[in-house]
Design a protein around this ligand. Structure first.
Ligand code: SF4
Ligand code: MG
Length: 341
């Protein structure tokens, strides 16, 4: 059977006065139900724009979207907004970055979860409210039959995040997208939220996409990892392969810059030097070359002129990376200890 989610050569471009912003430029991946994909990259890598495209949120904007997004046999890119709206919140759902902006301050948490349910189901107010209580219980809110009457400001940050997750899951989505679900939270709550997403995924059998700048966030929960840079894929494979044998210098950089957690304090040790590239004018050759410490290992300045293709990493199924370094060089670099903290 075809994959549950099959994204093919997705492009999302935004025309601006300064030129065409190629936020996502030829991205492909697949995902099965019950599986989790981590999409990892710095801000401006195209990961969030990719997730918004899965929700069809560029329809009716100036964005130029091309490629294909097949979800359970249905192609979403060309789908009329009306049909997309019927899927959004029910079949495809998103946990947004900031619960405070997604939850309305003037309505109770329970009313908002109930309303999210009633948008897609013909049920009485009482049934929708019962469903809201049940969802709050499932995401671990204590005394849900009381807390359902609270307003968002009466919840702690971690509880608001749980309420958001309850709202995202109230219609039992087949595809759940979580964009930086943990950035605003302290490390203990972060771990709880990730555990919660994993538990709910087992219970609901959804396919989950987690978008993050922090490889550490997805290291424990993702089945597959897609690393994006400048709107393109630079490395993609099973989490096991990508974490055990990372192939791309950008992935090495992300691994080295993972926050180290000591007690309740998280410190970022070795940030990748330089800043993300302009999406209007990507550097020629390998887009990562201005920041890459290893381009000297590749002869004849190839990194600055020739764009590396995504090639299969030998010895693994489905692990691909786009870098001119030879397998021997990578082994040597990794073996030097230079590539890992
Ligand atoms: Fe670095 Fe060259 Fe590989 Fe790009 S292709 S990541 S510049 S070594
Ligand atoms: Mg983002």
């Amino acid at each position: 059977p075809p994959p549950f989610l099959d994204v093919r050569d997705l492009r999302v471009h935004f025309p601006t006065e300064d030129g065409l912003v190629r936020s996502v430029d030829g991205v492909s991946f697949t995902l099965e139900k019950g599986q989790t994909l981590g999409i990892v990259g710095e801000s401006g890598s195209g990961k969030s724009v990719t997730s918004l495209a899965l929700l069809g949120l560029h329809k009716g904007t100036r964005a130029q979207v091309s490629g294909e997004i097949w979800l359970d046999g249905r192609e979403l890119v060309g789908l009329p907004e009306q049909e997309m709206r019927a899927l959004r919140g029910s079949t495809v759902s998103m946990i947004f970055q900031d619960p405070l902006s997604a939850l309305h301050p003037f309505f109770t948490v329970g009313a908002q979860i109930a309303e999210a349910y009633r948008v897609h189901h013909r049920v009485s107010k009482k049934e929708a409210r019962d469903r809201a209580v049940e969802m709050l219980r499932r995401v671990g809110i204590p005394q849900p039959e009381l807390r359902v009457k609270d307003y968002p400001h009466q919840f702690s940050g971690g509880m608001r995040q749980r309420a958001m997750i309850a709202m995202s899951l109230v219609c039992d989505p087949a595809l759940l997208i979580a964009d930086e679900p943990t950035t605003a939270l302290d490390v203990t709550v972060q771990a709880q939220i990730l555990d919660l997403i994993r538990d709910l995924q087992e219970e609901f059998g959804s396919a989950v996409v987690i978008i993050t700048h922090d490889l550490g966030v997805v290291a424990d929960v993702a089945d597959d990892i897609l690393v994006m840079y400048g709107g393109r894929r630079v490395e993609y494979g099973t989490a096991r392969d990508v974490l055990k044998q990372p192939e791309h210098p950008y992935t090495w950089g992300l691994l080295q810059s993972m926050p180290q957690i000591e007690g309740d304090v998280s410190r970022r040790l070795n940030p990748i030097p330089g800043s993300p590239p302009s999406l209007i004018n990507l550097p020629g050759g390998c887009a990562f070359h201005p920041r890459c410490t290893y381009k000297g290992w590749v002869p004849e300045g190839r990194c600055t002129v020739e764009r590396p293709e995504l090639l299969a990493v030998s010895g693994t199924a489905g692990h691909i990376a786009a870098c001119h370094l030879t397998a021997e060089s990578k082994t040597q670099i990794r073996g030097d200890g230079a590539a890992r903290a």
